[in-house]
Design a protein around this ligand. Structure first.
Ligand code: ADP
Ligand code: LRH
Length: 447
């Protein structure tokens, strides 16, 4: 059997895709569903059971497959008690609960030391801060990151996948083991996480079908599927977030790198994903929600006819929580003395110009901090469908942009399980060569 099911949960939607390797690599979407967080009692939660139900529906729609792999967004987790029961819904990383504990955590382990030990960019929602704010830990037997939780429900076997573990702010990227020093200082028991396992490790059986750990951090799977044909590439994994950076062999843990907000997450095949979390199409998603607009195409067409006017810092912490995004963007434009967008097309243009500018800066910084060269920028994920964004990025960076695959995450997920199951042989280079040959890509030249 040459078909593999990839379960891929993004922050805005989830999907179950089937990748067939019998002739090249064909990817078919068998089920897609919205991922709609729920605010209850002043807390923002993921609707975990609804997501699990959709995963089961998707796996039924997939039919017989050789194996299954699961990936999702990073950092969030479920807490299990000593009977394996989920204690409450996993809390959404955009919830504000960590604000109250940040100072306390950073007093115990200063930012500089946290970075030197774990290589993770400071973001208020890193798992390390969430755990410090989580009162459920007093009953916890296990903490399972979201893809590991789904895998546990499917197979009954608990594990912690390495690429996603590297996003917690508790793992040492040099050793691939938990940082005993950080855990000790914070009084956190990393033994709550089940044993570590890597992409390609067998994770258990679901209904007679093997489940393999993949790059269970969605960005790890996406980066594995960047269809690069030469080594000097930068990538932008463009969805709700934009993850912008380079693939390296070793982490960069310098103070300069910390100050520039670069993260060292672990990738497939021992690589380091040296990148910056740039707040991505989230800004546009929240604008659309506010305007109650479903279709992006007319807005993008109108925005393409406008000139560049106002540019905001998309990583302004004020943009992080859900809510009225146009008002927040307007306020930032006004405060920085720029023209305030008025129409939806003007807001759209402002967001896309701001994203292209943030991409340029992140790539410039990555080049400077790593000493590497970049000749080409790959955009993968839903943002690869946004022609205006791709064009603005090529112009801002002064580099060719290759856009696609849109479903890079699912493709990376499929290839890692296919390799584990013996249906595909080769390393990252072979995967990328296969993708470059089989997937539809578009190139944009700087104009
Ligand atoms: P995530 O995995 O984080 O949920 P995706 O990779 O699915 O995100 O990307 C979602 C984003 O892709 C949307 O917010 C939207 O901006 C963009 N997108 C999706 N379809 C289109 C399209 N047809 N044209 C332009 N942009 C699109
Ligand atoms: C993208 C992503 C990103 C994380 C964020 C929480 O979906 O996994 O890499 O930083 O979600």
């Amino acid at each position: 059997m040459t078909a593999f099911a990839a379960v891929d949960l993004g922050a805005s939607s989830g999907r179950v895709m089937v990748g067939d390797l019998s002739r090249g690599l064909d990817l078919t979407e068998v089920h897609r569903f919205p991922n709609q967080p729920v605010r209850a009692g002043n807390r923002l939660y993921w609707d975990m059971l609804a997501l699990y139900r959709e995963v089961l529906t998707g796996l039924r729609a997939a039919g017989p497959v050789a194996a299954i792999g699961i990936d999702s967004w990073a950092v969030d987790y479920g807490v299990l008690d000593d009977e394996g029961e989920l204690l409450g819904n996993p809390v959404h990383y955009r919830d504000g609960r960590t604000e109250a504990v940040l100072d306390d955590v950073l007093a115990k382990v200063p930012r500089e030391q946290l970075y030197a030990e774990t290589g993770i960019q400071f973001l208020p929602f890193n798992t390390v801060f969430q755990l410090a704010a989580d009162s459920r830990l007093r009953w916890a037997e296990h903490v399972l990151l979201v893809p590991d939780l789904l895998s546990y429900w499917l197979t009954g076997v608990a594990g912690t996948e390495l690429t996603n573990a590297s996003t917690t702010g508790l793992l040492d990227p040099r050793t691939g083991q938990w940082s005993a020093e950080v855990a000790k200082r914070l009084g956190l028991d990393t033994g709550l996480f089940p044993p570590l396992r890597g992409p390609g490790d067998f994770a258990g059986m679901y209904d007679g079908t093997p489940v393999y750990a993949v790059g269970s951090h969605d960005t790890a799977s996406a980066v594995a599927a960047v269809p690069a044909t030469s080594p000097n590439f930068a990538y932008i994994s463009s969805g709700t977030w934009s993850l912008v950076g380079l693939e390296l062999d070793e982490p960069v843990l310098t103070e300069e790198s910390r100050a520039a907000n670069f993260t060292n997450e672990l990738g497939v095949d021992g690589k380091v994903r040296y990148l910056r979390n740039v707040s991505g199409l989230w800004l546009l998603q929240e604008c659309l929600r506010e305007w109650e607009v479903e279709s992006l195409s007319p807005l993008l067409a109108a925005a393409a006819k406008l000139p560049r006017r106002s540019v905001v810092d998309v990583d302004d912490p004020r943009f992080l929580p859900p809510g009225d995004m146009p008002s927040r963007i307007a306020a930032v434009c006004a405060a920085t003395g720029q023209p305030v967008p008025e129409t939806p097309a003007e807001f759209t243009r402002c967001v896309l110009d701001s994203l292209a500018e943030a991409y340029r800066k992140a790539i410039d910084d990555a080049v400077r901090l790593s000493g590497r060269r970049v000749d080409c920028v790959h955009i993968v994920g839903g943002g690869a469908r946004n022609e205006l964004l791709c064009r603005l990025t090529a112009n801002a960076c002064g580099l060719p942009v290759v856009a696609g695959p849109v479903e890079a995450t699912a493709l990376g997920n499929v290839l890692v399980q296919a390799r584990a199951a013996g249906a595909f042989g080769g390393g990252l280079g072979d995967m990328r060569e296969l993708l470059a040959r089989t997937q539809p890509l578009r190139e944009y030249r700087p104009g």
